[in-house]
Design a protein around this ligand. Structure first.
Ligand code: ZN
Length: 176
């Protein structure tokens, strides 16, 4: 396992539509492990292969999903969950959309307000090539949409209604 270099704008790979993964070989397993290490080290809550210069449809996400406040468990410590998803595809999305502030490891020093689906279902393959499906809402859904944009060559600044330099550390969001 090793850390990879995170590429930043205007690196062309970030604007390229990535190709699907077809080989589930050792090279892929190493790339996945390196991406997990790189995301944790950054630190970030998501990372797509183009962000480490590899134009392939592969994303990793690690996020502690907050339980619904209605359940009265908002103060409970939630363990982050790791998702490795290959050739991910959004198969369902809610009519409802939400605005939120995003930052990106590949766009240092900028955040932006982006509209995303509140809930999505994502279909893809796990690291062994077996089918998997994730239902996500809120921030988790936002992270998946941000990462899937990356493998389509889309950076959040292209979608944002407003982009600015955060003035304080507190304004900095989880990076993806
Ligand atoms: Zn990003």
């Amino acid at each position: 396992m090793a850390l990879r270099t995170i590429v930043t704008l205007p690196e062309p790979v970030l604007y390229r539509k990535a190709r699907p993964v077809t080989k589930f070989d050792k090279t892929l397993q190493t790339l996945i492990d390196d991406m997990i290490d790189t995301m944790r080290d950054a630190p970030g809550v998501g990372l797509a292969a183009p962000q480490v210069g590899i134009s392939e449809r592969l994303i990793v996400v690690e996020y502690a999903d907050q339980p619904d406040e209605a359940e009265g468990e908002e103060h409970k410590e939630v363990k982050p969950k790791l998702y490795v998803m290959i050739n991910p595809e959004i198969v369902k999305s809610s009519e409802e959309t939400v605005m939120g502030i995003e930052g990106c490891l590949s766009v240092p020093g900028l955040v932006g307000e982006v509209e995303r689906f509140e809930e999505i279902q994502v279909k893809g393959l796990n690291r062994r090539g077996q089918p998997m499906k994730v239902k996500a809402k809120g921030w988790l859904a936002r992270i998946f949409q941000h990462e899937i944009d990356h493998i389509d060559g889309v950076v959040f600044t292209q979608r944002a209604t407003k982009v600015w330099k955060p003035e304080t550390q507190e304004e900095e969001e989880d990076k993806v």
